[in-house]
Design a protein around this ligand. Structure first.
Ligand SMILES: [Zn+2]
Ligand SMILES: [Zn+2]
Length: 157
């Protein structure tokens, strides 16, 4: 089962919000950074850097790994993408500026990932980790599993 990429109208609207966000913050969304963001948004799931590089090359852009990583670092610093460190992948954030304490529900079957901005889901866990002497990285916790859509396909399809 393959995930469909996001509809171009939704990608355009998402990009327009990102541009307004960067303008308001006085940060420079260069054409390359914008293009990388567009590719991450359009996938609708976490994307790895090499996939972005391939996509840029397919568009005739001469990207190199460092330029892609730098663009992703910028986008992450702006809150426009989240890095899922365990997967070494990036996910576009639908709501830049939120406090980014939540979970990403990540479907093993279709690859879709849903960001749930709910600190109450993770705070008790993070607070308890101290008891194990473990210092977690800030960011989103990824929970692998089966999404609602795939469960319905499985149970009723
Ligand atoms: Zn987010
Ligand atoms: Zn799924």
């Amino acid at each position: 089962m393959r995930i469909k990429s996001l509809h171009p109208d939704r990608v355009r609207a998402w990009l327009a919000r990102a541009e307004a966000w960067c303008r308001a913050r006085g940060s420079n969304l260069t054409p390359l950074r914008r293009e990388v963001l567009e590719l991450v948004i359009a996938r609708g799931r976490p994307v790895r850097a090499y996939e972005l590089l391939d996509a840029l090359r397919a568009r005739g852009r001469a990207g190199s790994p460092p330029t892609v990583y730098r663009a992703l670092e910028f986008l992450e610093a702006e809150g426009l993408v989240h890095r899922l460190s365990a997967r070494k992948a990036w996910l576009a954030c639908p709501e830049p500026g939120h406090d980014h304490a939540g979970v990403v529900l990540s479907c093993r079957h279709c690859g879709r990932a849903l960001e749930v901005d709910d600190a109450s889901l993770v705070e008790p866990l993070l607070a308890r980790l101290d008891a194990y002497g473990f210092e977690p990285e800030a960011g989103l916790l990824e929970v692998p599993g089966t999404c609602d859509w795939c469960r319905q396909e499985r149970d009723h399809g």
